[in-house]
Design a protein around this ligand. Structure first.
Ligand code: FES
Length: 155
């Protein structure tokens, strides 16, 4: 456990006195610092907030934006919701898989990119939508996969 995590847990409890409410911001802060949340990290967070490890694990597993494995410097989410699928997001995913040489759910060998599927990203009017490190891009037609990876598509 990193020493600063105790301080961060105390700050989260100050803002959110209920431990269950403090959990999400603490998970977010630790992930921002560490890049992902290992099983050991989740156990440490459970201890800091006096919650059961199983509960913390279940919460971290529920939200797809908490990473339970190391991810690349750029995390690319491609929306696979209905509107985006109808607009070609499956072909966009295929193009990205080819260009990066990985399948969805995987990280490139150089640690630059992690390619993930997303559910509706709540920007259906921009379909097909992708995010790079949570920054929205859309519409991103499949032929713009290269441009997306260079983050030159307008948000
Ligand atoms: S279906 Fe893709 S943003 Fe809603």
């Amino acid at each position: 456990m990193k020493p600063e995590w105790r301080e961060w847990a105390a700050e989260a409890r100050t803002e959110f006195p209920q431990a269950h409410s403090a959990l999400l911001p603490l998970l977010h802060r630790v992930q921002r610092a560490e890049g992902w949340l290992s099983g050991e990290t989740l156990a440490d967070i459970a201890e800091l907030l006096d919650l059961s490890p199983q509960y913390v694990q279940s919460v971290a597993s529920f939200y797809s934006l908490y990473f339970k494995e190391p991810v690349g410097k750029k995390v690319v989410h491609v929306c696979m919701g209905l509107s985006c699928m109808l607009a070609g997001s499956d072909e966009l995913m295929h193009q990205l898989e080819e260009k990066l040489g990985v399948s969805q759910g995987q990280t490139t060998a150089d640690g630059e990119y992690t390619l993930l599927e997303g559910e509706c990203l709540a920007a259906c009017d921009l379909a097909p939508v992708a995010q790079v490190n949570l920054r929205y891009h859309g519409p991103v037609p499949p032929e713009k996969a290269d441009t997306l990876l260079r983050e030159e598509v307008s948000p």
